[in-house]
Design a protein around this ligand. Sequence first.
Ligand code: NAP
Length: 305
Amino acid sequence: MCGLAAFLFGAHLAMTARLIDGLALARELRGALGARAEALAARGGRPGLAVILVGEDPASAVYVRNKVKACAEHGLHSVLEKYPATLAEAELLARVAALNADPAIHGVLVQMPLPRHIDPAKVIAAIDSAKDVDGYSLRSAGELMSGLPGLRPCTPLGCMKLIERTGVALRGRHAVVIGRSNTVGKPMALLLLQADATVTVCHSRTGDLARHTRGADVVVAAVGRRNTLGADMVKPGAVVIDVGMNRDDAGKLCGDVDFAAVRAALGPQGWITPVPGGVGPMTITMLLANTVDAAERRLRAGAAA
Ligand code: NAP
């Protein structure tokens, strides 16, 4: 890039929203989690995560490999159990029961999706709620709903940390969540509500999405459809968190947000997460955090007993 082009590019960037760097935040938080894991290990309770993978779904194989690798890199013990797609539901439930009873394991995660003959709800219900590090069980959902302490779903929890990183206080602000899935949209809305934001949840049947997002101080897009949030749908100075994971025409990973256009529309007072490098790295980080939390809770409960 020649001098003038570099200057103009720099000047353009200075007029656009600031990036919330999920990679940097994840690195920082993982460092602190590693230290907590070592402290627990020194007291005889190194945090342990068990991951069960059933079947040969290539994306799931990558996800579980990354989870196990992250554990190894940050001082957590981990176990990966792989089974063929033909595994019977009863056998899977028996493995979950064994891991529930294993004192070296503080978190149990069964990678979704499962083969069609296995009922995911039954499997999630079988995980000891004290080890439900995905935060998907009905008990965890109830704890979140009631504002009780408990393990929160990793992706929404990661989004909260990203918003925290901006320094923007949520109290009294208007937050719009696009998407109402049980794993992202709904828990996200509840976490924002708990942080005293005024929350609107939008979904595929929402009449005029832009009417809601244009008034929002914070928008969390969790849809799974690229360009759902465009430049004319945000207000300058807002915080935009992009959870979506999609592919563009060239096959490149992208989010739900029309990134460059929205970044420009938010202006220099705004904040935005990139894809990749935003929410993604925070999800596994929160899985580690939940596992360390679960191990600390067990140790405290043991000491109190
Ligand atoms: P999901 O279960 O498919 O839910 C998508 C939600 O988006 C639904 O509530 C749907 O509404 C809503 N929606 C669909 N089209 C819409 C539209 N045109 N306008 C407004 N809302 C619309 O997906 P999910 O599991 O929540 O995941 C959402 C995205 O986040 C996906 O791209 C997924 O890959 C990504 N994700 C990323 C991470 C990460 O770590 N980065 C983690 C989890 C998920 P209805 O309820 O009316 O159908």
